[in-house]
Design a protein around this ligand. Structure first.
Ligand SMILES: [Zn+2]
Length: 225
């Protein structure tokens, strides 16, 4: 099994790294499958720790071809390379509390999608998110925090109509809102989505289990394939 997974990782990495015209770039489904396999290794604490050697680091100085962009929370417990068991050059991380998408975050994702040709964006919220909890608590946030909490508030308002835990429902709806915001973001991301060159999927990370749950049905199906 380990050998099989390593082979998939190697193929995905080779297709990007070599960037040869006669090598087909991995599809979004292949990349999501690789991320899902990496997350299974994280859940089981059986890490491959790919792409961490000094040799690979030196090779990467020639350029980067990350598999996916990950818009995730700045929370210290939500590190994408560890959660997906990936290494240097594999993930284009955009991290901000509450995984919101302001101009700076969208610009970073546009750079990866347009200039690095990274075909997948994962918007990843997480269990017990402090930024979402602050938005649920409401009131006046100190300093610059109010600017972060404001875009999460609409998710909280929607979640108030649902059964279940308000923070966890707000985390999920916030991810769904950000996914939709990115999919319709003009002019760059929406155009790449329309051309079939970019897939944007939502996910939730469990602090308890280490498992990533994929939100959209299509993402779940492709990740299983
Ligand atoms: Zn958080």
């Amino acid at each position: 099994m380990k050998k099989f997974c390593l082979t998939i990782l190697a193929l995905v990495a080779a297709a990007f790294y070599l960037n040869a015209k006669d090598i087909q770039q991995p599809t979004a489904a292949t990349i999501l499958a690789a991320l899902k396999e990496g997350n299974q290794r994280h859940v089981g604490a059986h890490y491959f720790h790919p792409h961490e050697t000094a040799k690979y680091r030196q090779e990467l100085s020639a350029g980067q071809h990350p598999l996916a962009s990950i818009l995730s929370c700045a929370d210290s417990r939500v590190a994408p390379e560890i959660i997906f068991d990936q290494g240097l050059g594999d993930l284009f991380d955009v991290r901000v509390a509450g995984n919101v998408a302001g101009d700076d975050e969208i610009a970073s994702l546009e750079y990866a999608a347009e200039h690095l040709h990274t075909p997948v964006i994962v918007v990843m919220g997480h269990q017990k998110c402090g930024a979402v909890s602050a938005a649920v608590e409401g009131g006046e946030a100190a300093g610059h925090l109010s600017a972060l909490i404001k875009p999460i508030s609409s998710a909280v308002q929607k979640a108030k109509h649902l059964q279940g835990d308000l923070v966890e429902n707000s985390v999920r709806i916030n991810v769904e809102n950000v996914v939709e915001e990115l999919r319709t973001s003009k002019p760059v991301l929406s155009e790449l989505v329309a051309q079939g060159k970019l897939s944007i999927v939502g996910a939730i990370y469990s602090l308890d289990t280490g498992k990533v749950t994929w939100l959209s049905e299509s993402a779940s199906q492709t990740a299983k394939n």
